[in-house]
Design a protein around this ligand. Structure first.
Ligand code: NAD
Length: 468
């Protein structure tokens, strides 16, 4: 075993001891820890904003809005409900089991590993940490290597608030994550790409660790002929260009009814113009592409699409020095283009038109199941048709991204876009084992035991007919 492997191993061993102590921890103690995280964030809002700005020039306000504010909401929601979530729940006693009682006790799974991405590096690392602490687990966090400043800050924060045997951060890249995954964690919570998600699932299988996979993919946005086009345009543009398109639930591509295509595109263009008339410097509130690799990948998508007949109708301008990429709309798109095959994860919006909704749902159903699907429509029939005919992590009608912060509604993907949920009670359950405890008070079950006399056989038949 290498020195690194040895040190990870002894770290987990210390967390295994701590997990036994946490197994019986009370809601009050867990809430105290959550409150300490909240206070730390309140005291360090500016420093968090600095870290994200240094990592990819994310504007301070956008960091507050999309990374800090949702943390406050989530902490408040957990604190308000944790006692109830931890409380054992029972079901009514089936007739056949008369004389018994039952309860389901949420117990912490034990030792959790959380691996997080770079695109919302603070929120997407810390949100599952909140769930793990609420559930009473220990945690090792492996944040993204691409947002070094934020990852180092999270490390400092956890070091100030927790002892290493309860919550700790190990920074590094893929090698670090791979090494950590060799250890027998009880639960692995991964947020990232479907490609790496598959590797995480394989690695977890070796220890039979349960997994939550919050993945990505191509989330469609559909605008029908009845939609409020001005409102749809603003929300689509906001959703696509927030974080420079580097959002897992961003609209990946747009399907618009032929009748309203020109009007919708005009509305999007006029909204973008209003944001900034100077595309060279665009808004200082507009963040940059995370690194050179992703920058050239996205620029490559534009070039390749153009060479195959796509038309850039807005944007397209890029500047390598600071990885700036203008919000870009592309038309004349065909499903065979690479831009329609891989998750874009950048500020490009390919636009396809349709005349019949069936074409749209068949296209979606031919591809991997998306994390999110957005519908802009006033027609209830169309809304229901798309919702029922397709499978996706979530559906949002006439809005964007609210599913991620909508307390009480589970957030997650399906198959290629993920498995399991994050946040709220479902997030708490991902880190908990709902352990059934059934107690016999005076159950007559031995009446069915051998020897199988005539009476036992008759009784069994009666029970099968009326009690089972
Ligand atoms: P990524 O999969 O490249 O990396 C995510 C994390 O996995 C990083 O910490 C990385 O170091 C680690 N990693 C790399 N190789 C690994 C391996 N072999 N085993 C274990 N861990 C490994 O993803 P990314 O580029 O950081 O993030 C973008 C992707 O994440 C997009 O696909 C996006 O849609 C998705 N995403 C999903 C959600 C969601 O909530 N569903 C949220 C944000 C991002």
């Amino acid at each position: 075993m290498t020195d690194t492997a040895n040190s990870y191993n002894s770290l987990l061993k210390s967390q295994q001891v701590k997990a036994l102590e946490l197994r019986t921890s009370k809601a009050k103690e867990r809430i105290k820890k959550l409150k300490s995280i909240k206070s730390w964030i309140e005291d360090n809002e500016e420093i968090i904003c600095d870290a994200l700005y240094s990592d990819f020039k994310k504007s301070r306000h956008e960091t507050y809005l999309s990374e800090i504010m949702p943390m406050y909401g989530e902490i408040r929601y957990i604190i308000k409900n944790l006692k109830n979530w931890m409380y054992p729940k029972s079901v009514s006693v089936p007739l056949f089991f008369i004389g018994t009682s039952n309860k389901r006790i949420p117990q912490p799974k034990g030792n959790a590993l959380i691996i997080s991405p770079w695109n919302y590096p603070f929120l997407l690392t810390m949100k599952p940490v909140l769930s793990a602490i609420a559930a009473g687990c220990t945690v090792i966090i492996k944040p993204s290597e691409l947002t070094e400043n934020t990852s180092e800050l999270i490390k400092k924060m956890m070091h100030e608030l927790f002892t290493e045997d309860e919550v700790t951060v190990i920074t590094g890249g893929a090698d670090t994550a791979i090494e950590l995954q060799k250890l027998p964690f009880n639960h692995v919570f991964f947020t990232g790409s479907p490609k790496v998600g598959k590797l995480v699932m394989i690695a977890a299988a070796k220890n039979l660790a349960s997994v939550t996979l919050e993945l990505g993919g191509k989330s469609p946005t559909i605008v029908d002929e009845t939609a409020n086009l001005k409102e749809a345009a603003i929300k689509i543009a906001y959703g696509k260009f927030l974080n420079a398109g580097q959002t897992c639930i961003a609209p990946d591509y747009l399907f618009v009814h032929t009748k309203v295509k020109d009007k919708l595109l005009e509305e999007i263009q006029s909204y973008l113009k209003k944001l900034n008339d100077d595309p060279e410097n665009y808004s200082k509130d507009y963040c940059r592409i995370i690194n050179k690799g992703h920058f050239s990948r996205i620029v490559g998508l534009i070039k390749e699409a153009e060479s195959e007949g796509a038309q850039v109708i807005t944007g397209g301008h890029s500047r390598e020095t600071d990885a700036f990429l203008e919000p870009t709309l592309l038309t004349q798109i065909t499903p065979e283009m690479r831009i329609m095959k891989e998750e874009i994860f950048g500020p490009l919006l390919p636009v396809l038109e349709y005349t019949n909704l069936q074409e749209v749902t068949s296209f979606i159903n031919k591809n991997e199941k998306p994390l999110a699907l957005y519908i802009y429509s006033k027609n209830r029939g169309n809304q229901d048709f798309i919702t029922k005919e397709t499978s996706s992590g979530s559906v949002v009608i006439n809005d964007f991204a609210i599913q991620f912060i909508y307390h009480g509604i589970p957030f997650g993907g399906i198959n290629n876009s993920g498995t399991g949920y994050s946040g709220g009670e479902e997030g708490f359950k991902e880190f908990s084992h709902l352990k059934p405890v059934i107690k016999n008070h005076f159950s007559p079950s031995p009446l069915f035991y051998p020897p199988y006399t005539k009476f036992v056989k008759k009784l069994t038949r009666f029970a099968a007919k009326y009690l089972a």
